[in-house]
Design a binder for this molecule. Structure first.
Ligand SMILES: CC(=O)SCCNC(=O)CCNC(=O)[C@H](O)C(C)(C)COP(=O)(O)OP(=O)(O)OC[C@H]1O[C@@H](n2cnc3c(N)ncnc32)[C@H](O)[C@@H]1OP(=O)(O)O
Length: 166
């Protein structure tokens, strides 16, 4: 097997990230993203490549001083079960620690994958009321999903809310 490299995403990766996302949007597993949203968030992304081909991606979104979210973790079908997803999560966790985060949230159908990486299901309230009221000011849809706000509930049905202490 050729070596998998995980590196920070570049703007030239954005179309490839959207191509990785599209099948999962069609299967209603992940939410679609506008191209501009991915360009604006490009510094949050890492990508995995093999021989220069994009085979996976994932992003780390900072929500609070101690708290971040892993989002848009995807591996191309042909590369599933080769350790690519795990390598992306390892890199995002490293980035999270370097940023000073100590808790990582994710919202996912891939409960077993994240459980094996130290995440555990959580209840609804993992931030105190002051932080909650500040997070309500965020225009980010993922933060609304984290807060479990009514208008995003259709997006989160069937997903599990999980957290890992770093
Ligand atoms: C927070 C969010 O972003 S939620 C969204 C999550 N993403 C999705 O739902 C999109 C669809 N799913 C996917 O893209 C993938 O299934 C992912 C990202 C969840 C996992 O990606 P993968 O690259 O298959 O993960 P990876 O290969 O590291 O691990 C999966 C299993 O493959 C097997 N595996 C890993 N490496 C190897 C290897 N070298 N040889 C054989 N089997 C292997 C293991 O059983 C591993 O499980 P474990 O390490 O947990 O025991």
């Amino acid at each position: 097997m050729s070596a998998v490299t995980v590196r920070p995403a570049r703007t030239s990766d954005v179309r490839g990230i959207l191509a990785l996302l599209q099948p999962w949007v069609e299967r209603r597993i992940l939410l679609g993203k506008d191209v501009v949203t991915v360009y604006e968030a490009v510094q949050e992304f890492v990508v995995a490549e093999v021989d220069g081909i994009l085979v996976g991606c994932g992003a780390l979104h900072v929500m609070w001083e101690d708290l971040g979210e892993i989002r848009t973790l995807i591996v191309a079908d042909a590369w599933l079960h080769h350790g690519v997803g795990g390598a992306i999560v390892d890199r995002l966790q490293l980035n999270a620690r370097e940023l000073g985060l100590s808790r990582l949230f994710c919202l996912t159908f891939e409960v077993d994958f994240f459980t094996r990486r130290g995440f555990a299901p959580i209840g609804e309230h993992i931030v105190d009321p002051d932080v909650y009221s500040q997070l309500l000011r965020s225009p980010d849809e993922g933060v609304a999903e984290f807060l479990d706000l009514a208008h995003v509930k259709p997006n989160t049905l069937g997903n599990t809310r999980m957290l890992k202490e770093l």
